[in-house]
Design a protein around this ligand. Sequence first.
Ligand code: ADE
Length: 217
Amino acid sequence: MKIFFISLFPEMFAPVLETSMLFKAKEKGLVEFEYISLRDFGLGPRKQVDDTPYGGGDGMLLKPEPLVSAIEQAKEKAKNPHVILMTPRGERYSQHKAKKLAACNNDLIFVCARYEGYDERVVEYVDEQISIGDYVLTGGELPAMVIADSVIRLIPGVLGGETSAEIESFSDGETLEYPQYTRPEEFRDKKVPKVLLSGNHGQIAKWRKENSEKSKN
Ligand code: ADE
C-alpha cells in the first residue's frame, strides 16, 4: 500500500510515520509514504494557496486550484487511488472503517486542509470525507496520521506478535482489551491478579473475558 499526504506542512509526517512499527513496516516494503507539498501547486510568484472567503468572514480558505492539482498528481502516481479529505464535517472514523481501508487494496491519498477550511468545490475530487472526532484541530495532518497508523498496523506482517492486531481491542468491533500486567508481581502494594499467575489457561481466558469492557459505540 502506498499512502500519499497532501499538506502545506509535509515535514510533519516523517517524524511520526517513520518511527517504531510504522518505520519497520516501511522497511519491510509493506507500506510506502509520499508527502506532497501543497505549496508546490500554489499560484503565481508567491505560490498562493489561500484566499479570503466570498461573502466575508474570518480567516482564509484553501483555494481549489492548488488542492485539485495536487490531488490529480497524486492520483496519477497511485494504484487504484482512494482520496480522503480530512474534515471535522466528515463521517466519524472507527475501527470498522480502519479494517475496510486496510483490506481495500487501494493506495490512499489524504488531503489535509489548514486555515479555516477549503473551497467547497474541492469535494467533487475526493472519494470521501472523514472526521476523527467531534472537535476541531488546526489542520488535517494529525487526523490523517491517526488514520494511517490505524490502517497500517492491520496490514498482515506489520505487527510483530502474529495475531495481536486480531485479538486486541475493538478487533471484533465490540470488546475492549482486558487489563494486562507484566513483572513485577507486586508494585507499590498492588498485586497482579492471582489467576494470571496460575498457568490455568481456561481460567485466564474466562477472567480476561469477564474483564473486557464492552464498547460504548
Ligand atoms: N481537521 C480539523 N479537525 C478535524 C477532525 N476532527 N477530523 C478530521 N479532520 C480535521
